[in-house]
Design a protein around this ligand. Sequence first.
Ligand SMILES: Cc1cc2nc3c(=O)[nH]c(=O)nc-3n(C[C@H](O)[C@H](O)[C@H](O)COP(=O)(O)O)c2cc1C
Ligand SMILES: Nc1ncnc2c1ncn2[C@@H]1O[C@H](COP(=O)(O)OP(=O)(O)OP(=O)(O)O)[C@@H](O)[C@H]1O
Length: 313
Amino acid sequence: MKIKSSIEGLKASRPVLTMGMFDGVHKGHVSLLSQLVEKAKEVNGESVVLTFWPHPRLVLRQDSGQLRFLTTLEEKTKLISEIGVDQLVILPFTREFAGLSASRFIREYLIDKIRVNHLLVGYNHRFGHDGISRDKLNELAQNYGFGLDFFGPVNVLGMNPSSTAIRNYISDGDVWEASRLLGRFYGLQGRIVSGRRLGREIGFPTANIEMDDPLKLVPHDGVYACKVHLLGKTFGGMINIGGRPTIEGETGHRSLEVHIFYFNKEVYSEEITVEFIKRTRPEIKFPSLEALKERLSLDEREVKDILKKEGVI
Ligand SMILES: Cc1cc2nc3c(=O)[nH]c(=O)nc-3n(C[C@H](O)[C@H](O)[C@H](O)COP(=O)(O)O)c2cc1C
Ligand SMILES: Nc1ncnc2c1ncn2[C@@H]1O[C@H](COP(=O)(O)OP(=O)(O)OP(=O)(O)O)[C@@H](O)[C@H]1O
């Protein structure tokens, strides 16, 4: 897949184009993008995806910087490429760009610069500062002479995947439901940093994770069964997200700590990826380290059962 950050000099024969943020590249996005790739083959053209960076809601400050994302730009690029898209254009999203009307955007970008052959539009897609109706889009397609199809919504197990719905599930800790809409487990990347080394003393050493991208969404506090990718291998693990109230009192800053099963190595500063499978309980303030240790033994049994069912261990 070719990747560009500008449409200047974009060369694509008979471009079949779609656009959007594609945060998460969820099952709805995958269906739409697969259709795009099919359509491009049908007209003997190239599939082109137009996306934007940073996210418009960050630039337009609609949520006071609270918004977090399902995919980093790198993950999104990889997932889109795996679907077989020919070209990805990542346009810088600015306030000035946001001020363009839909019809001006179509004329100046899609017609004059890209010479779009066919446009595929998701059922709920809005673009341009004024939005645009289906009738108006049809009229523009006729006037400029490009093909136009509307797509979706798709139905996944009776639900309609959307980035917002998936973000809400993850924020609530329901990573299991999120994974059904994503089509894969939700993952986070980071680097292992040193902790207080107390975990080792209670028989559960943990890798403390410092996230690579602070804009990635962190699931709700609690304990989760997870898959761990480390040193080129895959392991099962149980991860705690939270302030560790048993040890830190009420002041602990939010941390991610994973106990990896059947693993015993010094791994400081290694890259690690965690995929969340299921939340098993909330974080608890235990009366003593001994009580925490007892609970961790129960957690281990419960989490290992889940990991066995999922074929991770
Ligand atoms: C699966 C798992 C569950 C945990 N649950 C809790 C909890 O409910 N409450 C809590 O205060 N700490 C919890 N912890 C955090 C431990 O307090 C922490 O791992 C231990 O203090 C080790 O810290 P260290 O890595 O800084 O040495 C949990 C850790 C793991 C790995
Ligand atoms: N469930 C779905 N079925 C079909 N197309 C979809 C679905 N969800 C999104 N799309 C389409 O995918 C493209 C990119 O979507 P975009 O990421 O902008 O929105 P979204 O997934 O609905 O996210 P959000 O919830 O943040 O609005 C758009 O054309 C959109 O209409």
